[in-house]
Write a protein that binds this ligand. Structure first.
Ligand code: IPE
Ligand code: IPE
Ligand code: MG
Length: 252
């Protein structure tokens, strides 16, 4: 059989990939299963994706696992998601340590229940020295809240003399975001055929390349990831310049 695998250029990889992992509920519905089974199946796609990204050399992978808006879901679903998260963290620690993966989180982590919070904390501490890849989980994350909490902290620091208001810049502002110290995402993938940002990385995605696929998250596999990366590699990131200008820059 001829391999269908899309070719990607390993020298032109996105440094940071962010994924809105959507479609677990619809996947379950299509298989006449309950939504929770969809989330469970989604974990397998997470494991596949983390492994692949690590293998090919992606440095930052941010996964949107639970939005601040997702607190509106039925209690039973939220409980199940938190349990799945705990199980995931427990089962992956060894692999993270073996493969040099550092766990990070973004979001309102304090709003999570203590057992999850403790486990996140412990996993972050144990993987803190790992250097190969950052696995960044967005939990209770909302981009608008992230910006607001940054503004609140800046105002407080300015008032208490720790921040010079005249020094407010894009860089100093970004250092107050949950993503402080991380590069902005180069590629943002959303599965399940939805074309919206759903409050994800609003500040950080100013110049991110977007890739949308109809594939539901539990079905997302190697071919889909490679297709997204290959598509990204075809793009010209112009940052407001003209194509001509960019070509000339390359020559110079
Ligand atoms: C994404 O799948 C997972 C989370 C938001 C936690 P959904 O649960 O949103 O799946 P759909 O959109 O209902 O299919
Ligand atoms: C976005 O998915 C959040 C996550 C993937 C965790 P949703 O399914 O919650 O998004 P909306 O509300 O349909 O836009
Ligand atoms: Mg959804």
């Amino acid at each position: 059989m001829v391999s269908m695998m899309t070719d990607i250029d390993l020298n032109k990889l996105p440094r940071h990939i962010a994924i809105i992992m959507d479609g677990n509920g619809r996947w379950a519905q299509n298989h006449t299963l309950g939504r929770i089974m969809g989330h469970q199946k989604g974990v397998e796609a997470v494991q596949r994706t983390v492994r692949l990204c690590r293998e090919i050399g992606i440095k930052y992978l941010t996964l949107y696992a639970f939005s601040v808006e997702n607190w509106s879901r039925p209690d039973q679903e939220i409980k199940a998601l938190m349990k799945i998260l705990r199980e995931y963290l427990r089962s992956e620690l060894d692999e993270m340590l073996r493969n040099g993966i550092r766990l990070a989180t973004i979001g309102d982590i304090d709003s999570l229940q203590e057992p999850v919070r403790n486990l996140l904390q412990e996993t972050m501490e144990r993987t803190a020295e790992n250097k190969e890849m950052v696995l960044n989980l967005a939990l209770s994350y909302g981009g608008q809240n992230e910006i607001l909490q940054a503004v609140r902290r800046i105002l407080k620091d300015a008032k208490e003399g720790r921040f010079d208001a005249d020094a407010l810049s894009k860089a100093s502002f970004a250092s107050y975001l949950y993503t402080a110290g991380m590069p902005d995402p180069d590629l943002l993938i959303r599965t399940s055929g939805e074309y919206r940002i759903s409050n994800f990385l609003l500040w950080q995605s100013a110049y991110t390349e977007f890739y949308f696929t109809d594939v539901l998250w539990p079905d997302f596999g190697k071919e889909d990831l490679f297709a997204a990366i290959a598509d990204y590699q075809q793009r010209e990131r112009r940052y407001g310049f003209t194509s001509d200008q960019l070509r000339r820059q390359k020559v110079d």
